[in-house]
Design a protein around this ligand. Structure first.
Ligand code: NAD
Length: 369
C-alpha cells in the first residue's frame, strides 16, 4: 500500500494557482534604519510620513532619522479611512511634491497610505506597528458619507514593508492580544479558503504556530524582543494569507459588525473566531485538524476559545457595545452578498451564531444551516 504522504497537509499537492507575494519585506530589530536605502532602491528621495494623531512622536522620530529625505508628516489618520481625510493627505503630498509615502502604525494608518497611493500613484513603504496584516494585502476599505466600501486593488499594495520589531514593543498587552487574534483569524480562514494552495496552507499553519506560542509570552513580557519577533513573524505570515486567498464567514461577520455597529475591529475578531470555527468545523475537517495539531485541545473551536481566554480577550459582543436588537439586522447583512464559505449559511444559522457570540456563550458546531 502507498503511504499517504499528504495526510499531514491541509492541501494535497494537486492542481493549484499560487499568485506570489509582490511586496519586498525587511524584517528584524532596528530595521527602520534601512528606510533610506529602501527609498533609494525605489528611486525616491522625498517621503511624506503618515501616522495617527496618537503616533505623532513616532512620526517625528522617523522624520528626524530620515533628515532631508522626509519632506513632511501628516498625522491625521483615523480608523475606517474616511475619504475626506485622504483628500487632505493627497493635497498635502502634492503640495510637498512627495515622491513616496511611509505609513507608520496599524491598519488605520496603512489604510490611509493605500488610499493616498490609489489617488496619486505614489509608492508606499510601511512600518507596521500592530498585527492586523493590512500591509500585505491589496485590500482597501474606505468610508464616505457613513458607508464603508471594501475593494481589492492590486495597485494599493505597499511596495516595501519594513517590520521593525522594536516598534511593536510599546503595543499594550491588551491590544497585542486582540490584534494577534485578528492575525490568527486570517490564518484560520486561509486553511479552508476556496482558493487555498499548498503554500498558503503552509503559511497559515506556521502563522498559527508562531502566534500560538508567542502571544501568551507577549502578555507576560511585552518588551521582550525575542517573543515580539515571533509574534510579528506570525502576523506577517497571516497577513500574506489575507492578501493571497479569499476570506469566508468570519471576515464577513466582522466586516458587517464593524460597519453596522462601529464595533472595535480586532476585539470583534477575537470574540467571533471560535464561534465561526465551530460552525464551519463539520465542513472543514482538515483545517480544524491543522488547528488542533498546532494549538492542542479537544477540538479547534474549544482550542481557540481557550487560547483567547488565556490572553484575556473579550468573550461577548455585548461587551463591545453591540445592542441585542442588532442581532437580526446583522444576520440579514451576513447573508446578503455572502462570501464563499465551506459550510452554507442561512439567516437563521447566522442569527443563532451571532446570538451565542453576543451573549459570550460557548461556541457550538450543531447550529443548523
Ligand atoms: P489601529 O491602526 O486603529 O491601531 C489600534 C490602536 O493601537 C490605536 O489606538 C493605535 O494608536 C495603537 N497602536 C498601534 N500600534 C501601536 C504601538 N506599536 N504601540 C502603542 N500603540 C499602538 O488598529 P489595527 O487593528 O491595526 O487596524 C484596524 C483597521 O485596519 C481597521 O479599520 C481595519 O478594517 C483595517 N484593516 C485592514 C486590512 C486590509 O487588508 N485592508 C487588514 C486588517 C485591518
Amino acid at each position: 500500500m502507498q503511504p499517504d504522504i499528504s495526510s499531514n497537509r491541509e492541501t494535497p499537492v494537486d492542481t493549484f494557482v499560487h499568485p506570489g507575494f509582490p511586496a519586498r519585506v525587511v524584517f528584524g530589530s532596528g530595521t527602520r534604519e534601512r528606510i533610506p536605502e529602501e527609498m533609494a532602491a525605489l528611486g525616491c528621495g522625498r517621503v511624506l510620513v503618515l501616522s495617527t494623531p496618537g503616533k505623532t512622536a513616532r512620526a517625528s522620530e522617523l522624520s528626524d532619522l530620515l533628515g532631508d529625505l522626509a519632506v513632511g508628516a501628516f498625522t491625521e489618520a483615523v480608523p475606517h479611512t474616511p475619504v475626506a481625510t485622504t483628500e487632505r493627505a493627497v493635497a498635502f503630498a502634492r503640495a510637498l511634491e512627495a515622491d513616496c509615502v511611509l505609513a507608520v502604525g496599524g491598519g488605520s494608518t496603512i489604510g490611509l497610505g493605500k488610499a493616498v497611493a490609489l489617488r496619486t500613484g505614489l509608492p508606499q513603504l510601511v512600518l507596521p506597528m500592530t498585527y492586523a496584516g493590512s500591509e500585505m494585502t491589496p485590500i482597501l476599505g474606505e468610508t464616505s458619507e457613513g458607508r464603508k466600501t471594501t475593494r481589492r486593488l492590486p495597485e494599493v499594495r505597499p511596495r516595501v514593508v519594513i517590520y521593525d520589531v522594536d516598534l511593536t514593543l510599546t503595543l499594550p498587552p491588551a491590544i497585542s492580544a486582540v490584534s494577534g487574534l485578528n492575525a490568527l483569524a486570517h490564518a484560520v480562514e486561509a486553511l479552508y479558503a476556496q482558493d487555498r494552495d499548498p503554500v498558503t496552507s503552509l503559511l497559515a499553519e506556521t502563522a498559527i504556530s508562531a502566534l500560538g506560542s508567542a502571544l501568551p509570552e507577549v502578555a507576560l513580557r511585552p518588551r521582550d524582543t525575542r517573543v515580539r519577533a515571533e509574534a510579528l513573524y506570525g502576523a506577517w505570515l497571516a497577513g500574506m494569507c489575507l492578501g493571497t486567498v479569499g476570506m469566508a464567514l468570519h471576515h464577513k461577520i466582522c466586516h458587517v459588525l464593524g460597519g453596522a455597529f462601529d464595533l472595535p475591529h480586532a476585539e470583534t475578531h477575537a470574540v467571533l473566531l471560535p464561534h465561526v470555527v465551530a460552525y464551519n468545523a463539520p465542513a472543514a475537517e482538515q483545517a480544524t485538524a491543522a488547528i488542533t495539531r498546532v494549538l492542542g485541545g479537544p477540538d479547534a473551536a474549544t482550542a481557540l476559545r481557550e487560547f483567547a481566554d488565556r490572553l484575556g480577550a473579550p468573550r461577548a459582543l455585548r461587551d463591545l457595545g453591540m445592542p441585542e436588537e442588532g442581532i437580526d439586522q446583522a444576520a440579514d447583512l451576513v447573508v446578503r452578498q455572502a462570501y464563499w464559505n465551506p459550510r452554507p449559511v442561512d439567516r437563521e444559522a447566522a442569527r443563532r451564531l451571532l446570538s451565542r457570540a453576543w451573549a459570550g456563550e460557548a461556541p457550538r458546531s450543531d447550529i443548523e444551516p
